[in-house]
Write a protein that binds this ligand. Structure first.
Ligand code: FAD
Length: 706
């Protein structure tokens, strides 16, 4: 049984007042690198002379919708309805996606990963359904609608709309739900009546709704003015409880007149139904955008059940086409995909639909393919910053444009740790006198342990049996070079990476050096090459709007043995002030740096026409100490736990965790070829020399004793 089938079965079969939103339709609503971000070759600093003569490798323009965050611009939050209207005015169709909250904590982590993949296509917004029986407002429950909506906004950096029903609540409760939504940064509400409690017997009086969506829209306007973008539901075939189709339309007009700025429709099976609905709405003076709710047919039984619950009739032509293939899931899915594409093409091409609102049912394949076939799936061609900013999607973080480099492979963790900040660094990190970082230990998303299957998969990548540091170094090396390991698998993630996507393509430029480091037991977590004036449109290291130039200092972050730490400290000061270093051990008894104790070092900056210099990435000594604890913990929480406590493999990881030092190196001379890897080579050489000397001494001592 698929998820949706389970969901539908859970609903009270007694009909029109089934309450939906666990991912299934209501009676009336059915659709209802290694952080190693390394890029250009440090040694060659290849941009300085050729920057101006190189052809632009990517496209983009100032008005590029993809570049929602513009460096140097006074970015401020733009309400969703204004952005939708802008897209409609410019004739640029878009898509949005509906999801229901996952049911389990493990499901939540997978859900965000799925959303990250959906994000690649650049949806304008996502919406999260609200199910009265699922404790939707409880922020302490990770699977509640409100928690999930907050996660979509914060961790996935997506503009998020929360569905909210009102008939089961008092006005005060609804206002409390809105207040909480405001507090967590949500700015878009789909205001709904929701389903009525079911009649349990035929002699009971029919339950009458206490409040309607219209009431809720009025409350929102009264209490919050223009703060929220308000959406409402629309029914192309009329709501089943409506006195008539015309009465339903008039009621819809009342919702819009009361303040709804957007209509999202119930699913429909034929383009004509939507076309007629839009025409009729326009005729009675409804002018707001009407987004068509599209639910691709993904299974024979599920679509029949959904139609039944929504009191929708599946057209004969569709039933006839499905009949001969109903036992072949793939054929049904293909049919559903094709039918959805044809219908969407038609309503987009004839101008009735400004966009496609996809009822994903939390699935991925078909929806993604449909959007790709429609040409709505836009892989964003440019990076607005070296890391992914929230841009105008986020009311509080919309101006954030500086971050410490350490969390670059764990952006969700960084967002969680800083989520209570009311103000985010903008323009400059400044002298961060002890910023408060939330404790990660409390947060389920980062403390989930994998299921048995996932553990096996991770052991295939991280090793079934680790005998030495060399074995560990090889895991890091295979992550960097993306060659298959002895189990024939690629190491696509390390414990310090949130995403399982392998290294960034740009890392290939310094692969050899990084592989060498790791094979010597210098375990690299993060790096970037120096860049001296790359065009901002450069495919590998560019970011920001076209016409700018990007700069970087070479950076390397790694775990090293205490012997290596001793070797490094013997000579590293010779490179002062060119090289800045910061080295710490796990318990903080070693904490040495040759940089200013509290001053951050900008390691990435960009120069753009008509704007101040942007410096989006810094190495900040204070944040580094916070990162240190997280980086050390990940050895145990994300690696050692894969092995029994008394095993050799566990001991190898535990020993590294206990004895290795964490080091950052910055080469301040971004104009000349970087010397960071030379420094590492010198360190390793000295350690080896010391080792062989002590071996000789030991041998001599042994001979002497003998
Ligand atoms: C896009 C969309 C998303 C949805 N998301 C959810 C969700 O997350 N959770 C959930 O539980 N349900 C959801 N639903 C289902 C929805 O709750 C049910 O369809 C419910 O029965 C009606 O809610 P509503 O907000 O559409 O109601 P309303 O718009 O308040 O009213 C429903 C219908 O009642 C009739 N009506 C009411 N008052 C009048 C009047 N004065 N005069 C004439 N007719 C009147 C109209 O026909 C109207 O369309 C969604 C539906 C849609 C279309």
């Amino acid at each position: 049984m698929t998820n949706i089938e389970i969901d539908c079965v859970q609903r009270n079969a007694s009909s029109a007042s089934l309450s939906p939103y666990c991912g299934q339709p209501s009676p009336a609503y059915t659709a209802g690198s290694n952080g190693t971000s390394a890029a250009g070759d440090l040694k060659k600093c290849r941009f300085s002379e050729t920057a101006l003569s190189r052809p632009l490798s990517r496209t983009g323009s100032d008005s590029d919708e993809y570049l929602k965050f513009e460096v140097g611009a006074q970015t401020s939050y733009k309400p969703l309805h204004e952005r939708i209207e802008k897209r409609i005015r410019s004739g640029t169709p878009f898509f949005s996606l509906e999801f229901f909250p996952p049911k389990t904590a493990n499901g939540v982590a997978n859900f965000y990963t799925r959303l990250d993949r959906y994000k690649e296509g650049d949806p304008l917004f996502v919406d999260i359904t609200w199910h009265h029986s699922g404790d939707p407002a409880n922020l302490n429950k990770e699977t509640s609608s409100s928690s999930i909506a907050a996660g979509c906004l914060d961790y996935c950096r997506m503009d998020t709309m929360l569905h909210m029903t009102c008939t089961q609540y008092t006005k005060e409760q609804t206002i409390a739900h809105l207040e909480q939504s405001k507090r967590i940064g949500l700015r878009n509400i789909l205001a709904l009546r929701g389903d009525l409690p079911p009649n349990t017997s035929s002699d009971e009086p029919v339950v009458k709704p206490v409040h309607m969506a219209l009431d809720m829209i009025k409350w929102i306007k009264e209490e919050y003015g223009d703060y929220f973008t308000i959406a409402c539901s629309g029914y192309p075939l009329g709501h089943p409880e409506a006195a008539s189709y015309t009465a339903d339309l008039q009621y819809l007009k009342a919702k819009v007149d009361a303040g709804a700025q957007l209509i999202v429709t119930q699913l429909f099976f034929e383009a004509e139904a939507y076309e007629r609905f839009v025409r009729d709405c326009r005729e009675i003076g409804i002018t707001v955008p009407i987004l068509p709710g599209i639910m691709p047919i993904q299974g024979y039984e599920s679509i029949r059940r959904i139609a039944q619950l929504s009191q929708l009739t599946i057209p004969e032509s569709i039933l006839a086409a499905l009949e001969p293939i109903k036992h072949d899931d793939d054929a049904v899915r293909n049919y559903g995909r094709h039918a959805a594409v044809e219908m969407c093409k038609r309503i987009l091409a004839n101008g009735t639909a400004p966009a496609i609102h996809m009822y994903t049912m939390n699935r991925e394949g078909s929806c993604r393919e449909i959007l790709q076939e429609l040409g709505l799936w836009h892989k964003r061609p440019m990076r607005a910053l070296p890391w992914e900013p929230h841009g105008v999607n986020h009311p509080v973080r919309c101006k954030e444009d500086v971050r410490p480099i350490f969390w670059s492979a764990r952006p969700k963790s960084y967002i969680y740790r800083t989520r209570d900040w009311d103000d985010f660094p903008n323009g400059r990190w400044g002298n961060s006198s002890s910023p408060a970082f939330n404790d990660l230990h409390d947060y389920y998303l980062f403390n989930l342990h994998s299921t048995v299957n996932e553990k096996d998969k991770l052991r295939d990548m991280f090793g079934h049996e680790l005998r030495s540091i060399e074995d560990v170094g090889r895991v890091f090396a295979r992550y960097i070079d993306q060659k298959e390991n002895e189990h024939g698998v690629k190491v696509t993630t390390l414990p310090w990476n949130e995403q399982e996507s392998g290294v960034q393509a740009e890392t290939t430029l310094i692969t050899d050096d990084l592989v060498w480091c790791n094979e010597q037991g210098v375990l690299t977590l993060n790096s970037q090459p120096s860049v001296n004036g790359a065009p901002s449109t450069d495919a590998l290291v560019g970011w920001g709007k076209p016409g700018g130039y990007c700069y970087q200092k070479a950076y390397l972050e790694c775990f090293i043995s205490s012997e290596n730490a001793n070797s490094l400290l013997e000579f590293i000061d010779e490179h002062n002030p060119r090289i800045n270093y910061h080295i710490v051990n796990r318990d903080g008894t070693l904490d040495r740096s040759n940089a200013e104790a509290t001053t951050p070092i900008a390691v990435t900056w960009g120069v753009f026409p008509g704007a101040e210099i942007a410096q989006p990435t810094v190495v900040d000594p204070i944040s580094f100490r916070v990162w240190r604890d997280e980086a050390y913990d990940l050895w145990l929480t994300n690696w050692a736990y894969l092995y029994p406590k008394d095993s050799g493999s566990h001991t190898v990881i535990q020993d590294i965790h206990d004895s290795f030092c964490l080091l950052t190196l910055v080469d301040n001379d971004f104009v000349r070829p970087s010397i960071l890897f030379e420094v590492v080579r010198e360190m390793v050489k000295r350690t080896e020399a010391r080792r062989s000397t002590s071996e000789v001494t030991e041998k001599l001592a042994a001979t002497f004793v003998a």
